[in-house]
Write a protein that binds this ligand. Structure first.
Ligand code: AMP
Length: 274
């Protein structure tokens, strides 16, 4: 998919892949290359109404410059009077959170393989000064080979030390973000730690009925490991090293890749095939 000016006429539209908050995603074929891609159709009126135009611009700007096997490619975009269209890499195996729902929780081999691939993708992002800030299963898709693809860069920033008011779920946010103090790339280490826990236990660690209770658990780092499912102590050790209140003390991502749990469990190919 080369860089060029696109229009809707360049694509044959196939089946709907899903529906998001601001529009639909379709499986499409680019006519001249026969390339199969996903086309995300967003309604300008809805974007303007929700004041997310800025967020979308940033998402497109950031994601279109990233090239990594575990980051969903954004090939380009175009628009007409009513809609904005994003041309995205097609992730054949769908959404990670659905897979997790289906399995309830993942084996250590699968969780470690996933975690290592996400760590590599985030090392790449951080090397380009991009902080994702919204790492969670809902924002991750699965490619044809079973490889994870980080999608949705709507909350990402191309800078360090940002403050921002957040909306939506608190579950994956580190203490410095829920308390709205300055933060840096280590926020992604925290969220990855939360996901590692959720991969292994099926629920995020600070889950609670009330928003205020989750908030309290996060700022106190009230981390508990239930007796079931049985999880190895090396996995718990890794999670404890990622979910650290002092962001400067969180295990750096390159060290995560050398952690015994990752070394012993992650598939060297980086792909979990079941
Ligand atoms: P979204 O608006 O990004 O939440 O997308 C809505 C739904 O469409 C998602 O929940 C996925 O099921 C599906 N979807 C979005 N993007 C892709 C993609 N690149 N490949 C396959 N399915 C996708």
């Amino acid at each position: 998919m080369e860089q060029r000016r696109w229009t809707l006429n360049d694509f044959d539209i196939g089946k709907p892949l899903g529906k998001g908050k601001f529009g639909q995603v379709y499986l499409v074929r680019e006519k001249s290359s026969n390339h199969i891609v996903a086309l995300k159709v967003l309604f300008k009126s809805q974007l303007q109404h929700s004041e997310v135009v800025h967020q979308l611009r940033r998402e497109v700007e950031i994601q279109s410059h990233l090239r990594h096997p575990n980051i969903l490619r954004l090939y380009g975009y175009f628009y007409d009077q009513k809609r904005v269209y994003l041309i995205l890499e097609y992730a054949l195996k769908g959404e990670l959170y659905k897979e997790l729902q289906k399995c309830k929780y993942f084996s250590e081999r699968r969780a470690a393989t996933y975690l290592a691939s996400l760590a590599r993708a985030l090392i790449y992002c951080h090397g380009k000064h991009v902080i994702h800030r919204d790492i969670k299963p809902e924002n991750i898709l699965i490619g044809a080979q079973g490889e994870l693809k980080i999608a949705d860069f709507g909350w990402s920033v191309h800078a360090f030390n940002r403050r921002r008011t957040m909306c939506g779920t608190l579950d994956y946010l580190p203490p410095e973000m829920v308390e709205n103090v300055e933060h840096d790339a280590s926020v992604d280490i925290w969220s990855l730690g939360v996901m590692c826990y959720e991969f292994l236990y099926g629920v995020p660690p600070f889950d609670a009925k009330e928003h205020s209770e989750t908030y309290r658990k996060i700022v106190r780092v009230d981390l508990k490991f239930p007796p079931k499912p049985i999880v190895s102590s090396t996995a718990k050790d890794l999670i404890r090293q990622m979910l650290v209140k002092d962001s400067s003390q969180r295990l750096p991502l390159h060290k995560l890749l050398e952690h015994p749990w990752i070394v012993q469990n992650a598939e060297p190919s980086g792909v979990y095939r079941g």
